[in-house]
Design a binder for this molecule. Structure first.
Ligand SMILES: Nc1ncnc2c1ncn2[C@@H]1O[C@H](COP(=O)(O)OP(=O)(O)OP(=O)(O)O)[C@@H](O)[C@H]1O
Ligand SMILES: [Mg+2]
Length: 230
């Protein structure tokens, strides 16, 4: 698969629509979202609660499919891939920090960060990278703890390290600093920008935080199903 070997990343959304509900009671969440993102760009998406921000990130992250329109990643439409190839693509190309962090309770912090690497046996230095990332998010001293022993913000920082472990082309973050105090939020945001600069990935962040949004040069707002560039 070319997209796994290609070092440059591109993302193109063309007239993306997403409808939930039934035919009698449709909920039109996205009504024609189009934008292009080039290699190395970072952008932020804001918008009121319920405007479709998480929905849009799930579509870009190949976790859901548009009702109509096309999302191309590195020149390909991933939803045309077979299920195993799509899973491989997602694991390699996409990093996701979810609004709810979904850590696995039975595993330690270090093991949670390493989970996305398990599918690829070539990843020899994953443990070192996991330790480095955990140090960057300020959790070196907690690597052997279980998620239940951590605060909400600490769990979110583990999820951030996990999303970055496979050096994804596209890092998607849904309210990554939502549960954090100001100082920790700033340091997690610093980490995103630092790694974004080092790894030249595409970074897309959804947030209600005006502080965080103001750090991005490219800003979009979801309004009535459309994505408007500010
Ligand atoms: N699986 C689903 N089935 C039906 N409706 C859904 C589904 N997922 C989302 N929706 C609806 O789509 C709309 C957008 O939801 P979404 O979670 O994308 O909003 P959001 O902008 O992320 O909001 P928040 O800021 O509160 O996280 C909401 O009205 C929601 O109820
Ligand atoms: Mg949301």
């Amino acid at each position: 698969m070319n997209q796994l070997d290609n070092n440059t990343t591109s993302l193109r959304l063309n007239d993306v629509h997403k409808r939930f509900g039934t035919e009698q009671h449709p909920v039109e969440v996205l009504r024609g979202v189009s934008f292009d993102v080039s290699d190395g760009e970072a952008l932020v998406i804001t918008g009121p609660s319920g405007s479709g921000k998480s929905t849009l990130l799930h579509l870009i992250g190949t976790l859901d499919t548009p009702t109509s329109g096309v999302i191309e990643i590195n020149g390909e439409n991933p939803i045309l891939l077979s299920e195993p190839n799509l899973a491989r693509f997602r694991n390699k190309v996409i990093g996701f920090v979810f609004q709810a962090h979904y850590l696995l309770p039975q595993y330690s912090v270090l093991e949670n960060v390493l989970i996305p690497t398990l599918a690829d046996k070539k990843n020899g230095d994953s443990e070192q990278r996991a330790r480095t990332l955990l140090e960057k998010v300020g959790l070196s001293h907690r690597i052997d703890h279980r998620p239940a022993e951590l605060s909400g913000g600490e769990q979110q920082r583990v999820a951030t390290a996990r999303a970055l472990i496979n050096q994804p082309n596209i890092l998607l973050c849904d309210e990554p600093t939502g549960n954090l105090d100001r100082k920790t939020a700033d340091s997690v945001a610093d980490l995103f920008f630092e790694l974004h600069q080092e790894e030249h990935n595409v970074l897309i962040v959804v947030t209600h935080s005006l502080d965080l949004a103001s750090r991005f040069k490219r800003r979009f707002e979801l309004q009535e199903g459309k994505c408007v560039e500010a």
